[in-house]
Design a protein around this ligand. Sequence first.
Ligand SMILES: Cc1cc2nc3c(=O)[nH]c(=O)nc-3n(C[C@H](O)[C@H](O)[C@H](O)COP(=O)(O)O)c2cc1C
Length: 320
Amino acid sequence: MKPQLLLAPLQSYTDHHFRNAFQQVFDGVDQFYAPYLKLEHDGSIKSGPKIDVLPENNPYEPIIPQVMAATAADFLHMSSYLTDLGYTEINWNMGCPYPMVAKRDLGAGILDKPDKICAIIEEILPKMNADLGIKMRMGYESTADILELLPRLNDYPITEIIVHARYAKQLYNGGCDWERFKACIPLTKHSLCYNGDITSVKEFRELKLLFPEIRRWMIGRGAVADPFLFEMIADDTTDYPTDRYEVFQEFTDLLLESHLNHSNDGNALNKMKSYWEYFSEAFDDGHKLYKRIKKAKTLSDYSTVVNEFLESEVEYVYED
Ligand SMILES: Cc1cc2nc3c(=O)[nH]c(=O)nc-3n(C[C@H](O)[C@H](O)[C@H](O)COP(=O)(O)O)c2cc1C
């Protein structure tokens, strides 16, 4: 069974700049998800994510947009913006773990309130003019919430349930609860997608053995750190392509160009620095490289450091 691979939404990282540069250079992703839309205090949709989902910013594969809402009215406000843009499936974020969000029943804050979740679903489904998918953690204070929620979600026509196998209070600490995820598989009739901590082909293979029933896999931080990961998993190989560094250079150049088209040099430089915090993890001695990149004061400093590094790695491969 060939796995279906999904790029996770990561606010500030997997936006259209990343998704578009990725698709010009890499392969292996079956479905792209956009980071969540949310409402500002004045009831308007936050502008960054609103612009991110505009069709003109997404010229490649279709994306699935996501919303974060704790009432049917807020959900429908954002879903009508999205369906007007032509989207036919919308993902509900029940995963964001941060207390400021969760205390208002947004994101993962709603996971221990199954009655509220079902009431919202019953109200939005007939009105939203699109299919509904869910991306969730396994619970708020523990991974047990999902055991009550999943059977109840069987009553509704939901396209898929993506599960990040942690509970919210963990934030990103500790491991994923694989035992609990395994227990979830027979509880749902919906398509279940595994998400959490896949950072290498080896780890993916281990998880595939652990959950042979699972067909869909979502990857976030591991794929931002190493965008080759998807095609390597899809091809079931641990070998990078021989032109790894040239391809990566092309990717980072496209990413920078895209940011420069929308922003000034300083903002583009900061964006690239934040990407490199992840990218550097995929290289030996990456932390040293990241330190040098962080010190760059101008785009020209940045390019010198990055080009020097990637070109030296190319020479190293050819001499090897
Ligand atoms: C910086 C950052 C931003 C994120 N933004 C979103 C988001 O907009 N929507 C969402 O559902 N999850 C978001 N997540 C969670 C990821 O989609 C994913 O569920 C989580 O990182 C676990 O998967 P991973 O271990 O493969 O990264 C975010 C995570 C991080 C680290």
